[in-house]
Design a protein around this ligand. Sequence first.
Ligand code: SAH
Length: 372
Amino acid sequence: MSVPAQPQSLLGTTLDELVSMFAEWEQTAYRAKQVVEWVFRRRVTSVEDMTNLSRELRAKLSERFTLRTMTIQSVTGSKDTTRKYLLRLHDGRFVETVLIPASPALYGDRADRRTLCVSSQVGCAYDCNFCASGLAGFTRNLSAGELVEQVVQVEAQSGERVDNIVFMGMGEPLANLTNLMKAIEILNAHWGVGIGARHMTVSTSGLAPQIRKLAEFPLQIRLAISLHGASDDVRNKIMPVNKKYPLAELFDALDVWTSNRKQRITLEYILIEGVNDGLDQAHLLADHARRLDALVNLIPYNTVEGLEWKRPSETRQDAFKEVLVRAGIMTTLRREKGHDISAACGQLRLKQETELGIIESPVARKRETIEA
Ligand code: SAH
């Protein structure tokens, strides 16, 4: 006997998919449109609430589909500040989603807008030496439905609309490319969540082949690169992925991306004391940014419990920025929001899963690796 399949989420199903499934069921495309109207406009949480569909059709739909797969475990922070949501998934794992009130000036948005930082995976396989997400290793990809549901859950809980999405939460979005592209399609669609493509940013640690693939994606989304080092020797110390895709290869892929796009890319650069905050790196970073016509976003390092690295003094941060500004590079220095609620990538989930005994405390092991 076969095991019944895990029900699909309607939040991860496109209108086209519904239309063709409805055709097989001898239902019209009009009915499929009614369904997405209930799902994304009215945000019903149960197929039973779709009262203009026949009882039989509702029964058939709920056999196949579910509408919510996660619950909100906790919300930290308050209105008008950064709020961090810890979400419990159907399999008992956790991801984080962060709602940021005024979005960064960098993205050209008005001050009254809200940005949601969405996770793309449970854990992460890339093991960046500054990041809490990689500490516990990689568990699994999030489905397209789980990507979209993060937005839907936060909008329902907060009663506020999300205007911008950044895929900068836990995980490497480009390692989950198929689900990511499907989720972006649903988030963007006029029948779906309806967020403009220019208001969605995908952030990557620099997976060159996947950047080339994403360059063919038709929607005009934005791309951010977690650079954090302006030369291979410095970047190798911070991000193991640089050994696989060194800067030259990454920049080749970015040339392909920019040749297809109107929007400028963003180079993100965490400032870590004594590791990558030398002014020689600032000059090199300015050269790369100029050649790529990129914006630069400087982020003072957020201390992660158990890791040794620290943020540089504000004087040093300003000096680094000054080099870029003098070189004519559009640069922002994000004095971060949310340090107090463990808002850096992956910190809250790490705490929760360690406390519940789902994962072993990985911090001590990591410290040894860095010192070695
Ligand atoms: N894997 C993707 C997306 C997740 S990281 C990527 O690498 O871009 C999203 C952003 O959070 C990245 O710029 C990352 O470098 C930053 N980040 C992670 N840990 C941080 C910390 N401790 N302090 C400051 N920024 C951090």
